[in-house]
Every structure is written in structure tokens, then in C-alpha cells.
Design a protein around this ligand. Structure first.
Ligand code: 13P
Length: 253
């Protein structure tokens, strides 16, 4: 953790969740007690169909909601896409952009991710910009250079600690039960902070929340969250179980 930074634990529900699953959000809100509230911010990023309902269900809980993607454009003939303004209108505070599933399955380039992050900021959403290397890239010793290149290409100019969150999600750790060692996470997160300082200047970069994502569970959360420059988690599978999500949040406290 970075002592001066208030941690954030965000749940990415991915393409999971029907109305009945809002009970998970309600249970998380119930468990977000005063001790946790004093220690950590929480966010839930449900599928877009549930965004408005989830926001309504979480009113008064101090738990934010977020979208999982946004369009690069404000409005227009883009069938099936959702603008950042629409997400904000539905109550979102955050928008995940550049998740590896979108980079891979939807062919999103760094330039596209940057345009999405800029669109999010324009709508006063905070983009959670995701970066991370594949297994082949790590085995080839390229993890650091890949992540730095993604950052240079994806982070909007002029971002500040208040307008940007970065998530390091090694692709090979997502949904696999595998996690990098604490030393590997420390190396990448320190490099992300340093690269952000080059891009945004040190004062802005020193306050940006750097989340770790990829197979975060209650059993490994404390070890991962204790690493320097890890300021929270982006949680996939475990965010679909209120008790697990809360246990991960407690590991940040
Ligand atoms: P898992 O926690 O299921 O590995 O997913 C991580 C992730 O992709 C969060 O965005």
C-alpha cells in the first residue's frame, strides 16, 4: 500500500449478473461497516443493464458504481455502444477501460483505450485504465516494457490523482488462480508509478491509485495489498461473492 493514498477495491462483474444478483451489492453494502468505510473505498462495476439499478440500490452506502467500458464518441450512430455520459447519467463514478478482455476480444488498441479514457474524463467519470502483459510476454522478459508502452499509449495527458486510476492485470493471472509473486508485483507497480511521473509529473503521479487485478481472493489479498505501490484491487470472480469481496476489502484496511 501507499500510506498517503486511500485504497480502492473495485469489483468487475464482467458479463455476470441479473436483477436478482443485486442482492450481492446489497450484502456488500450491509458489510461495509464504519471500520471499513474509514479505511477503503469500494466500487461495483456491474453489467450496463444493472448499472442504474445497482446505483439506486447502493444510495447512501458510499459504494460507487462503474461501467466496464465506454465508447470513444459522445453520441450518434454507434449501435450497441454506450457513451461515458450515459454511464454517468446512470449513476456511474468509474469506467473500466482497456481491460485485457476488450483489448483481446474486441481488438482495442492503446489509442482506442486512450480515447475511451478521455471520453470518460470528459463525462467526469474516473477511468480505470487496465494494463498487463500476456504469459508469452512475461516469459520473454518483456513484462515491464509492455506495461510501460501500454501506459504511454493509454493514459490521457493531464490526468491527475483525482481523474485517473490504473489497474495492473497480468493477462495470465486473470481467472486462472495464478498470481505473480509479491516481488514481481512490486517491480511492475514501482515502474508504473515512475512511468506515470514521466507522463503526468511527479505530484499527479504520486497520488494515482494503482490497483492490482488477477485472481485476487481473500486468501491472497493481504499479501498482494501489502506490496508497495499497490493501492487496492480490481476483483473479478471473487467480487460476485459479497463475503469474499468484503474480505478482500478488509485486507486493505
Ligand atoms: P479475476 O479476479 O476473476 O481473476 O478477474 C480479474 C479481472 O479481470 C478484473 O478486472
Amino acid at each position: 500500500m501507499t500510506r498517503s493514498i486511500r485504497p480502492l477495491v473495485a469489483g468487475n462483474w464482467k458479463m455476470n449478473g441479473l436483477k436478482a444478483d443485486l442482492a450481492i451489492a446489497a450484502e456488500v453494502a450491509k458489510g461495509y461497516d464504519s471500520t471499513l468505510k474509514a479505511a477503503v473505498d469500494l466500487a461495483i462495476c456491474p453489467p450496463a443493464t444493472l448499472l442504474y439499478l445497482a446505483t439506486a440500490a447502493l444510495v447512501g452506502s458510499r459504494i460507487a458504481t462503474g461501467g466496464q467500458d465506454c465508447a470513444t464518441h459522445d453520441s450518434g450512430a454507434f449501435t450497441g455502444d454506450l457513451s461515458a455520459q450515459m454511464l454517468a447519467d446512470a449513476g456511474a463514478i468509474f469506467a473500466i477501460v482497456g481491460h485485457s478482455e476488450r483489448r483481446t476480444l474486441h481488438g482495442e488498441s492503446n489509442a482506442t483505450v486512450k480515447a475511451k479514457a478521455e471520453a470518460a474524463q470528459k463525462a467526469l467519470l474516473v477511468p480505470i485504465v487496465c494494463v498487463g502483459e500476456t504469459k508469452d510476454e512475461r516469459q520473454a522478459g518483456k513484462a515491464l516494457s509492455v506495461v510501460k508502452k501500454q501506459l504511454r499509449g493509454s493514459v490521457p495527458d493531464g490526468s491527475t490523482a483525482a481523474t485517473l486510476v490504473v489497474a495492473y492485470e497480468p493477462v495470465w493471472a486473470i481467472g486462472t488462480g495464478l498470481t505473480p509473486t509479491a516481488d514481481d508485483v512490486a517491480e511492475i507497480h514501482a515502474a508504473i508509478r515512475a512511468e506515470l511521473a514521466r507522463l503526468l509529473g511527479k505530484p499527479a503521479a504520486s497520488g494515482v491509485r494503482l490497483l492490482y487485478g488477477g485472481s485476487v481472493k481473500p486468501s491472497n489479498a493481504a499479501d498482494l495489498m501489502n506490496v508497495a505501490h499497490v493501492d487496492g484491487a480490481l476483483v473479478g470472480g471473487a467480487s460476485l461473492k459479497a463475503e469474499d469481496f468484503l474480505a478482500i476489502a478488509r485486507a486493505c484496511g
